[in-house]
Structures are given as C-alpha cells and as structure tokens.
Write a new protein. Sequence first.
Length: 367
Amino acid sequence: MIRVLQLPDSTEKRNGRMSVIMNVYRKIDRSKIQFDFACTDYGFENYQDEIRKMGGKVYMLPKKDLSFSKIKKLITNLLASGQYSYLHYHALSKWGCALSIAHKAGVKIIVHSHATKMSDTVLKSIRNRVFSLPLFLYADKKAAVSLEAGEKLFLGTEFEYIPNMIDYKSFVFDPLSRDRIRNLYNIDPETVLVGCVGRISKQKNQKYAIEVLNRLVRDSTKRIKLMIVGDAEEKDRTTLNNLYSLIKMYRLNKNVIFTGMVDNIADYYSAFDLFWLPSLYEGMPTAGVEAEANGLNLIVSNTVSRDLNVTGNIKFLPIKEKNISSWECMSLENLRSHRCKNALALIENSEFNTKKIVSLWKKLYGV
C-alpha cells in the first residue's frame, strides 16, 4: 500500500481546499492508497472522525503554540517510521518546513497550488512567497487546481493541471430541498434569493455582494434577498463586523441572511435563484462548480479561471467599484432565469469528471 502524508494546514469542514482532498479520499481505492494528515488544530469542526473511519490518521498541533520546532519534531518522527511514500503539501504555511525533512528522508514531495494569489495583504504575500521557496528545491512533482494557480506559485516551472474534484451529483437541483430551506428562513416563493457560499473573509469579498444588493433593492421592483452561507474565522471578525455595519448603513437588515456554517450545503443551492462569486482571487472555487451542478446562473469575478464555465451559465465581470452597475444589470437580467437542465451531463463530460480526476491523483502517487 502507498501511504501519503497530507499537509493541508487545516482539516476544517469550511475549508474548500480540504473538501477537495476529502472528495478524492472518498473515491480513491483506499486498499491501494491511504491518506494520513498532519495539520493545525484551529478549534473548528473538522473531518478527523471521517478520516479515521476511512483508515486514515490525523496528527494535529494546537494553533496557540504552533512553531517550526514542533512541526519539525512531528514530521521527523512520522517520516522516521518509513511508512510514507509521499508528502503532499497543499497550503503555504509554517508546515512548509516539512519539505526539507521529507527530502532528507527520501520521501517524494508533491506541492499542490490552490490559489491564484499569495494572500490578500502585501505582508502576508511576501511571507507566503518566502514560505514557497523550499518547493523549488525539494518538490518532485507539482500540481495546480487551475492553470492560473500553477503559473502564480510555480513561476514558469512545469506542473500538472488537476481540476478540483467535486461530488457534483450531490448538488443536483431538488425542489423539496428548495421549499424546505426557503421555509426555514421564511422566504416566500416570489422573493428572489441570491446566494454567496464561502467563509466570510476579505478574499471572498462579500462586501462587494452587499454593494450590488443595495443597488438591486433600490432599483428593482422585485423582493430580493442575499443569503451568505459560511462563517468567519477569528482573524476575519473585523471583516464580518464591517459587513454588519454596511448592511445597517444601507438599511438592508431584512434583505441579508447569514446562515453560518451548514452541513447540508447542497440543499441551499436549490433554494437560490442566482449565485454570486465576487472573490478577489481563487484557485478553482468549489462553490462555483457546486452552483453549476445545481443548474444555477452565476455572476463571477473576472479573477476566476474561465475553466470554471462548463455549463455556459457564467458571466465573468470585473469587481471594481465602477463595475457595480454591471453586476446589477447582469443580475436583473438573470433574476429568474431557468436553471440549466443538462448541467450534470455537461460536468460529467468535462474536465471535472470524477473518474478523470481520481486518475490524475493516482498518477501523482505513481499508480
């Protein structure tokens, strides 16, 4: 059996990167390839119980006293057992110090790029570029969730393009789920519900969604609400509070719904009439593929890879302040557009096909 030590930084359920890894883990032949995880414990709901049920092991270090020395000690002890064939590194972080240890131990190293930007601040971008330097010395293989993500991290060196794996069959439109979710939040059938899915952060840019909503509510005769699905990490509490202040300023309290983290995310897509993804940057957004699988029309930041547009139901627009009117106009045109009825078939025949992606991951591990 090939055993792989995954370094995703976090195994949290709200982490899109981790949901992709788990989608692969569920589908891969675990009698031949098994995953273990070394990561940071941020104190939020995570996948460790499911991982253990599937035969994997989880090694967590508390965030409060995470240090290079503790990471090095853990990785050194794990790799000394000789059970790992590969170390798979997914997130630029302190965990990057594991690469040199794996190299010395003779463990093959895979580096996976999941984003098109180093970070959303200058200082963090510089820090993360520094964190990325060891990969140029030690990586045996490189992979990226989009061409843009690969070009950003790997700076012209060769990499394998592997689209994000989504369990798209779980996101097919369901009228019963639509009614259940809308009833839960007292949303009548005539109200147009716009959805945003993702953790609340500067990167996901929910602020822009509220700016667009303000214009729509002002200019449209329809009842329109925005549902934001996701929560904020402690470091993003300021972003969340700023959203509250903006909503209060625009008097949109009755038009914006915050759900927090939800387990049955697929049901929520069915409740939406339109989907917005105004992110400042993305690798390949899982929420975008999920919304497509549901047949929704999407309006998406032009920073997102065009490879996302499988169904033809996506409009890419800039996210500058001057473009808010374009988002408004495009939204008005698509408020009650019919869902794409053959979305599932289109995704099945695209690069997001589950079997194709599992094969590409197996190839990374020499299978």
